[in-house]
Design a protein around this ligand. Structure first.
Ligand code: MG
Length: 372
């Protein structure tokens, strides 16, 4: 059933710690299941995607976003004959490295780390989680995931230059990742671009007319939804329009990538690796529409005054606690104090804070940094 360019489990470069084969699950199915059973995956439930729970419990969080990415990715993988299990493992793991408070948290941690000549990067953090921090198995540290899932964590959203990241040398940085990993970056965008329009409307930060004015693809879809459902409630017409936008993005990514893959003449997963470029892409027309949605969300949602208060609060909590633990390492849990004997304290504090859920870090902040 797999296409010639799909990644086959028997081609895997394997695990860091070799393990016997499972009776009825292949290695990528096991990786997917290990991710689902990890603590970092469960914590996604209480990590902000864009909206904190202060306003409503209808919004996406990082777990439901992850499930949406997985759903869209598996649909595309199935149609193109890609390895659905590898795709699902990669989709489910793609955001485990995110700190509390969404991008505000990421930004605040990065700023705190820069003061120590270091950086925070959620992909590198995700790799540390699956390689070391998850302690579930007696025979090895971390989840002992296959090479391809670890490679996908590193390569799903950006390219790392080998000269700047010598620690990533084993991940063949000069080569493209398998198509299964290339897919995730774009389905991630599809999922959050459409979901954020939905949640933004639900939060009453965005209005339907405002989206129609600024986002032509939405305006056309809304007109189509109005023709088909003229007597439906406005929110239901909006839902139908958004469904059309989602379908357009997914169908275009699927069809355009299928053509690019065929034209590239790749006959194996190895050929995909050696291609000069990534092969998953929207058509130029839909790429422009994707860009318009994204720009609209940046201009009208992500920096809106209503979200600003939560963001500033999140950044403050992270920077307060970072400083607090740097000054009082004795307040860190024993296991982190032990780690700080082998690695710089700022790295250990960063790991500790990045792993926290939104509610846990708020509790910690009240406990250690409350005024007075
Ligand atoms: Mg994501």
């Amino acid at each position: 059933m797999l296409a010639p360019y799909a990644f086959r489990p028997e081609e895997s470069r394997g695990r860091r710690y070799p393990e016997p084969r499972h009776r009825y699950r292949d290695d990528f199915q096991r990786d997917r299941d290990r991710v689902v059973h990890s603590r970092a995956f469960r914590r996604l439930e209480d990590k902000t995607q864009v909206f904190t729970r202060r306003y409503s419990d209808h919004f996406r969080n990082r777990l439901t976003h992850t499930i949406e990415v997985s759903q869209v990715s598996r649909t595309i993988a199935a149609v193109l004959g890609l390895n659905e299990d590898l795709v699902e493992a990669l989709a489910l793991v793609h955001d485990v490295g995110h700190p509390p408070f969404g991008h505000a948290g990421e930004h605040a941690l990065d700023i705190a780390m820069q003061a120590h000549g270091d950086r925070f990067d959620h992909n590198l953090h995700a790799l540390r989680i699956v390689e070391r921090f998850e302690q579930r198995y007696a025979d090895f540290p971390g989840l002992n995931l296959t090479f391809e899932v670890r490679e996908g964590i590193i390569k799903h959203s950006r390219d790392y230059a080998a000269k700047d990241f010598p620690q990533l040398a084993e991940y063949v940085l000069d080569q493209r990742p398998p198509l299964e990993a290339q897919l995730i970056d774009l389905t991630d965008e599809i999922a959050y671009n459409t979901a954020d329009l939905d949640d933004g409307l639900e939060a009453r930060i965005l209005e339907i007319d405002q989206i129609r004015e600024a986002v032509p693809v939405f305006a056309r879809s809304y007109a189509e939804a109005e023709r088909a459902h003229s007597s439906a409630a406005e929110k239901l017409k909006f839902n139908e329009a958004l469904k059309l936008v989602l379908d357009r993005l997914v169908s275009d990514l699927l069809e355009n990538s299928r053509n690019v893959i065929l034209n590239a003449g790749v006959d194996s997963a190895d050929d995909v690796r050696r291609c000069p470029r990534r092969l998953f892409a929207f058509s130029p027309e839909v790429e422009a529409e994707r860009r318009q949605i994204k720009d609209f969300l940046y201009q009208n949602l992500y920096f809106s005054p209503m979200l600003r208060q939560d963001k500033e609060q999140g950044e403050q909590i992270i920077s307060d606690l970072f400083q607090y633990f740097m000054d009082s390492r004795g307040s860190l849990p024993e296991s982190y104090q032990e780690k700080a004997r082998h690695e710089p304290l700022h790295r250990i504090v960063c790991d500790y804070l990045a792993g926290m859920t939104d509610s846990y870090i708020q509790d910690q902040h009240r406990h250690f940094c409350a005024a007075g």
